[in-house]
Write a protein that binds this ligand. Structure first.
Ligand SMILES: CC/C=C\CC/C=C/CC(=O)SCCNC(=O)CCNC(=O)[C@H](O)C(C)(C)COP(=O)(O)OP(=O)(O)OC[C@H]1O[C@@H](n2cnc3c(N)ncnc32)[C@H](O)[C@@H]1OP(=O)(O)O
Length: 265
């Protein structure tokens, strides 16, 4: 089963009830509207399939996901920006509340929206190396929405989350393990997937319905807020994009990313 080429779904080689879901939008899996639509469609398909668990990972050798595609926010077409944000909300709700057992094999960097995807899963194994993970929005001059924060609060302590978000902190793999942002480190992608499979195995003898209902009760607060405030949240995003200071910060950030590349050439 696959949902466009941007996301592939393959059954695990030893257990066809487990889906390996791979994002593949080179070079860095930045989440543009099309990748989000592909993820949304995939999550719909998985919810009605025979799969009982999924491992989210990336086809890139060094990046899980670079987060939201900045070009969707820089001088945007406002209609598309609305659709973009609404699709991101849907992906988050579908993944965070999924009936399936969800785990992330984080095989590289996972800033901002990449971290959000990983935190939306129930378990995270991250490949060791010079990778980073976190919600770095403030460092870009933007503010993470409340449901990003709720998602982080479901993962690490309020104090760690507040400091991390206000400082725009990107955690090293070791730091992420220490605060509980990830559950395990892995030596490579295969090992990360195996560690996720190990987590999934824990539910072998647990009936799926009480399991997923229990998970959803734990996650209800953030979900209920977004469901009740979906349009207001979209309006806020679009309004925010219209601020000249926000556009200026994004422009500077884009230049920084491009000059970083020139320097290393
Ligand atoms: C009311 C609410 C309002 C607003 C809330 C908005 C919330 C936003 C959440 C987000 O997700 S914002 C996005 C934050 N993402 C980042 O800060 C990550 C930026 N990228 C990086 O730090 C690095 O690219 C990397 C560490 C992920 C990978 O490094 P490396 O492997 O060295 O690749 P390059 O940096 O050379 O990048 C290759 C290529 O990709 C472009 N790119 C990178 N990230 C993005 C991105 N997020 N969006 C769009 N494009 C991106 C980069 O510019 C290079 O492009 P070239 O054309 O120069 O090849």
């Amino acid at each position: 089963m696959s949902s466009q080429n941007l996301v592939t779904v393959t059954p695990d080689k030893d257990n066809d009830e487990i889906a390996i879901v791979t994002m593949q939008r080179p070079p860095v899996n930045s989440l543009n509207l099309e990748l989000l639509q592909a993820l949304s469609k995939t999550l719909d398909e998985l919810s009605t399939s025979d799969f009982r668990a999924m491992v989210l990972t990336s086809a890139s050798p060094t990046v899980f996901s670079a987060g939201l595609d900045i070009m969707e926010m820089y001088k945007p077409d406002l209609k598309r920006a609305e659709q973009f944000w609404s699709t991101l909300q849907d992906v988050w709700l579908k993944l965070f509340e999924s009936n399936l057992i969800t785990a992330a094999a984080i095989n590289g960097h996972a800033p901002a929206g990449g971290c959000l995807l990983a935190m939306s899963c129930e378990y995270r194994a991250m490949v060791s190396g010079k990778y980073s993970i976190g919600l770095n929005e403030t460092a870009l001059g933007i503010v993470a929405p409340r449901w990003f924060m709720d998602c982080m609060l479901n993962t690490i302590s309020q104090r760690e989350a507040e400091i991390a978000l206000t400082t725009g902190k990107l955690f090293s793999v070791e730091e992420a393990l220490k605060v509980g942002l990830i559950d395990e480190t892995a030596k490579d992608k295969e090992d990360a997937i195996n560690k996720c499979l190990g987590f999934i195995e824990k539910f072998e003898s647990i009936p799926p319905l009480p399991r997923s209902m229990t998970k959803q009760k734990f996650r209800a607060n953030g979900v209920q807020w977004l469901k009740a405030n979906k349009q207001a949240d979209i309006d806020e995003f679009v309004h925010f994009l219209k601020f000249p200071q926000v556009q200026q910060s994004l422009e500077m950030y884009i230049h920084m990313l491009k000059s970083k590349q020139n320097k290393s050439e």
